[in-house]
Design a protein around this ligand. Structure first.
Ligand SMILES: [Cu+2]
Length: 135
């Protein structure tokens, strides 16, 4: 009985350890749906090459746009937001699944990620890129 309990608590501790780590990664895996990024926060090391793996499980075209530090696209995408793009992967087709790389911002901070297709920001297609100093 005690042994079983010990094994169970060891398994639980292992589960916690394997799920809990949300340290910076140079890999981002994101699933796009109508209308969300899943997950909706990514932590990456500053200035490193990041591999973005995108799956669009929605039925419409989506975008993955990282805004410059200190800017957001607000409630809806408009032409003025164009100047505030740090990096973007545009026109991601439904059922698309691919990898692309980009260089993470060198300045630590929280960067907004949005989908600029009309109405998608308002529908919730917003995420956060958390850039941390590379140690
Ligand atoms: Cu979208």
């Amino acid at each position: 009985m005690n042994k079983k309990l010990l094994i169970l608590s060891l398994m639980f501790a292992f589960l916690l350890a394997s799920c809990g780590g949300s340290g910076p990664s140079t890999n981002i895996n994101v699933t796009l749906t109508d209308f969300a990024f899943t997950p909706n926060a990514f932590t990456v090391p500053a200035g490193k090459e990041i591999t973005l793996t995108v799956t669009n499980n929605g039925v419409v075209v989506h975008n993955f746009i990282i805004m410059k530090l200190g800017t957001t696209a607000g409630g809806a995408w408009d032409d003025a937001d164009q100047a505030n793009i740090f990096w973007e992967e545009k026109d991601i087709q439904p059922s698309g699944n691919f990898n692309v790389t980009f260089t993470a911002p060198t300045e630590p901070g929280e960067y907004q990620i949005v989908c600029r297709t009309q109405g998608h920001i308002a529908s919730g297609m917003v995420a956060t890129l958390i850039v941390v100093a590379d140690e």
